[in-house]
Design a binder for this molecule. Structure first.
Ligand SMILES: [Zn+2]
Length: 391
């Protein structure tokens, strides 16, 4: 078969991009508990044929074109643009009081220069200096870098101002970077020989509960009119890199990965929910205090930081409200599925299997249905934020 010049150029571009992404992936930072096998296919865009999404199920399909999702439009101005900054610990920091005002909030010192309360409508956000977390209406949110005390005031990293505070306070600021929510990819964590977390005493596996919860969520979302694609429908192993790719091939607008948690120390006293977004570039994951060379690398997940934060925050809030479980925090990490996702992406740790009391609850179909309903509620709130931003 002869190849027209345009086709040859396209293949050369594809080869270049393959090498580029292979290099990115070789140099990645990873959570040791979630090893990543290198993807063998380049990133893909939304399929052109309607209906392709629903049928793809767990089988990855051939790539169609090289074009990351949702990055076609010129990048919108960052919410913090124009704010003057200082360098603290190698990062740009802006004055929290000034940025809060820019977001239309009022700010009041609880303790001058150290503790600040920021309010906007029903939202009340409490910041404490030299702390990596802050509280939004009592919900614990982890910034990527500590809020700093400097020159008698509090300062927030520009990355956190744009990627965590602005998405929570005013999602409409991200309007240029989002598409309407129609296709949702649900990723049931683990599967097959990868059992995930195990409670030996109760003889229960994470992989069983993630799939059952994912199938319940699928039914709820389809009832609400969404098209759903599953990264697996049965008990089988799916490579980590294939999961976001299945989502991308189906043209997913949101990627939701479902997991259950475990700890070794104090297992019977640790319970509750935590939800993750991808850690922004230049920041360390929540499990590490200092950034390293790998944190400076660009990743596909960077492109959708704003809306990943909106989705994760809304899902975390819904889990806490519906399940009435302890708040383990809205966190961030460099998990492979979030790093490689080409649409807004979240990872949910819906409860601790290492805690016998919580594991017994999770083992009941009724509680897994409640978890699925809570996630669906959170996705509903996210969809509403997306729709409002596009008005
Ligand atoms: Zn897991």
């Amino acid at each position: 078969m002869t190849m027209p010049a345009k086709g040859v150029a396209r293949i050369a571009l594809l080869a270049c991009l393959c090498l580029f992404f292979a290099a990115q992936i070789t140099a990645r930072g990873q959570d040791a508990s979630r090893p990543l096998s290198p993807p063998t296919r380049p990133p893909t865009s939304r399929p052109t044929q309607p209906g392709a999404a629903a049928s793809s199920a767990s089988a990855p399909t051939a790539p169609r074109a090289i074009q990351p999702r949702q990055t076609k439009a010129p990048a919108p101005a960052a919410p913090s643009s124009g704010a003057s900054s200082v360098k603290l610990g190698g990062l740009d920091y802006i004055k929290l009081v000034d940025f809060a005002k820019k977001l239309g909030c009022s700010a009041r010192w609880k303790k001058a220069g150290e503790r600040l309360t920021v309010t906007k409508g029903p939202q009340r956000i409490e910041f404490t200096g030299d702390s990596r977390d802050f509280y939004v209406n009592g919900i614990r949110v982890f910034a990527g870098s500590a809020i700093r005390i400097h020159r008698g005031s509090l300062w927030i990293s520009r990355i956190d101002a744009d990627n965590i505070l602005a998405p929570i306070v005013d999602p409409s600021l991200g309007r240029a970077a989002v598409v309407p929510l129609k296709v949702i990819a649900i990723d049931a964590g683990h599967g097959g020989i990868d059992k995930g977390k195990i409670n030996e005493r109760l003889k229960v596996y994470e992989k069983t509960f993630t799939l059952d919860t994912a199938l319940r969520l699928k039914a709820l979302l389809e009832k609400r009119g969404y098209k759903v694609v599953m990264t697996r429908l049965i008990d089988k192993k799916v490579e980590l890199a294939d999961r976001p790719e299945i989502a991308a091939n189906a043209g997913a607008d949101l990627f939701v990965s479902i997991h259950f948690n475990s700890v070794e120390a104090g297992a019977q006293s640790v319970s509750g929910a935590e939800v993750y977004r991808f850690t922004p570039r230049y920041q360390p994951p929540v499990s590490r205090s200092e950034a390293n060379a790998e944190d400076k690398l660009a990743n596909p997940g960077d492109a959708n930081a704003f809306w990943s934060a909106v989705a994760a925050y809304n899902i975390h809030r819904a889990l806490l409200a519906d399940l009435k479980v302890p708040d383990r925090g809205f966190k961030h990490h460099k998990f492979a599925v979030l790093r490689l996702a080409k649409c807004p992406a979240v990872l949910i740790e819906a409860g601790f299997l290492s805690n016998d009391a919580e594991a017994r609850k999770i083992a009941t179909p009724e509680y897994r249905q409640k978890i699925a309903e809570a996630i669906a509620d959170g996705i509903g709130a996210y969809a509403a934020a997306v729709a409002a931003a596009q008005k």
